[in-house]
Ligand binder design. Sequence first.
Ligand SMILES: [Fe+2]
Length: 313
Amino acid sequence: MALTDFLDLTLAVAEPAELEAFWNRRGLDTTALGQLGTPERPTQLVLREANYRHVASFTVACELRSDLLTISDRLLRLGVTSTLGEDELSVEDPIFGHTIVVKVATAGLLLPPTPRALNGPGQLSRANRRSEAAVRTYEPRPRRVGHVVLGSTDPQASVNFYVNGLGFRVSDTLPEAGATFLRCSKDHHNLLILPAPVPCMNHYALEMDDIDAIGLRGFDVVHERPDASVYGMGRHVVGSNVFWYLLDPAGGMFEFFTDMDQITNDDEWDSELRRDDWDPFTIATYESGFSKMDFFLPSDIDAIAAGREAAGW
Ligand SMILES: [Fe+2]
């Protein structure tokens, strides 16, 4: 496939310094001015100041310069002009207004998680000592920004732009919910388009090593701010990922996730979700219930609408 990876996400918020400090406390390093990441992937989350919270841009990787030419041609056929540089292309999303950069690049190699000693039925891996998760010597950090979810006023047009213009692939659709799960890598989804009354970000998502990593870091957030939990923990049906959705100090929802479906072969991927007993609106195969309705629409959607209007959108 032409697109190979999701590289980074730029968020515009009212107080970027506050959000930067929040992510520093969760284990993301400041690797440059307003830029957060890890030694493996120094550029993951970029923060900048704006009057209202929105996605400013995101970057995806492609393999070859010829991929950029193909994408540029496809966008032109949709009536969208892009800017083509030596090793990258940039284009403005016609509905949201954010910039998408397609770069000839390779994502930083991620080392697999260090194996942890877990006990289980017939499995004694950790004798005479406590779990590192129980005594908090396990200090997991987010490994990468994996996806972003957008609420569109015209989901069909948005899907057309990302699939037929930029070359994202469709992993799953939930027609009853108007939801389309798109990928630019092996991840089941790097981008999910949902319907919304105002173009907005629903959430951004960071991959963690395992369920303990989600629990520990998620609880840190709740410990700082007891009303930060939105939904979770649980396991999604579509994408299979284990999740916990929480609010960051800018009011944006983010997800800690792990164990997402990986698609390496379209022919082998079961996109039909063949489960007779499955309600297409089922979000999770197990979950702890919603504590906030922000999961479907940000509670400050009126402020986002006003901010967009003031910015000329
Ligand atoms: Fe997500």
